[in-house]
Write a protein that binds this ligand. Sequence first.
Ligand code: NAD
Length: 354
Amino acid sequence: MEAFEYTALPARVVFGVGTLPRVADKMNAMGCKRALVLSDPHHASVGATRLMQALGEKAVHLSADAVMHTPADVTERVMKKLVACNADCLVSLGGGSTIGLGKALALRTDLPQIVLPTTYAGSEATPILGETDGGRKSTIRSMKVLPEVIVYDVELTYGLPQSLSLVSGINAIAHGVEALYAREANPVISNLAEQGIAARSDARCPGLFRTLPIAMPDPTPCSEPGPADRASALSGCRFITSYATFLAGPLVFRTRRTHTVILPHAAAYNASAAPAALDRVARALGASKAAGALFDLAATNGAPTSLRQIGMSESDLDKAADAALQSAYWNPRPIELDPIRALLEEAFHGRRPS
Ligand code: NAD
């Protein structure tokens, strides 16, 4: 028998195709009448406009100001709009950047949030907010930032460009891998994480198939909920930051593409320290070894596999290794300079982990 501790996070999840108009009902259920709708410049003319129409008078303002990494000055600017329009709730439609902006406003106001994710980043289901101020990133963990309602409308992911779809999908898988070997791992989350990773091999309906075309049997849009969204929901809900995120963090290029490159090497690094977790990853991917399978998934689909490819220079490797050692994140295998430097070397050249 395995003893464990598990804390469930509260959230109402609506999942389906064409669910966007249900935001109005959810606002009613929360007793909210005036929504500040948040989005980014891309979605301002696409989903956010549809959302504004669906909400009618319930939408008092649209702010399409969201940008990557939640800069504090953008948040302060939107705070002024929030005060001016006297909103009583936040409705965020977009990827992790838009959801981050909503969380930053919720942290400052404690207003309830309804979020409609358009990528597989998973931020919608975490009580974590990453903000930047003057180029410095800080991470805050607070229940104030956890969205109350998540509305997954699979239609919102149909416009994702292939390349973004791919790295965002691998990012969702990374959350599952990290959850499996996290210090706080428990059977409830491990089952969800394995299921989330395995969702890519569901037989007919796209989900991660659309995201990761490696196994796409039928490219036509599917009317059923995509497993990629499930993967995001399942894995993201316990986004337990561990090694891949930790190592990618100090690498200057803190992007989805960094995670895509580092994940297979992080899996190889941790294989001896967390064999059971990595076996589950391999099983979910239908392979014998997790690290190689994760690398192949990226390589076969044209995602970046080397740090060089994403713009890092070889002279930065020592600095990145030093920074990794300074990180406070827990990792199944101790973080030591030589093996980390070796890992970075492998990742820099894009070698398949053995
Ligand atoms: P993003 O929100 O920055 O979006 C990237 C680009 O893709 C944008 O130009 C956006 O307009 C476009 N886009 C998004 N969805 C689209 C769609 N369906 N169709 C067409 N274009 C679309 O990207 P992201 O990866 O979702 O989010 C990254 C941010 O989220 C980072 O700041 C990261 O730190 C944060 N994040 C936070 C957490 C957390 O738990 N706090 C978890 C994961 C990511």
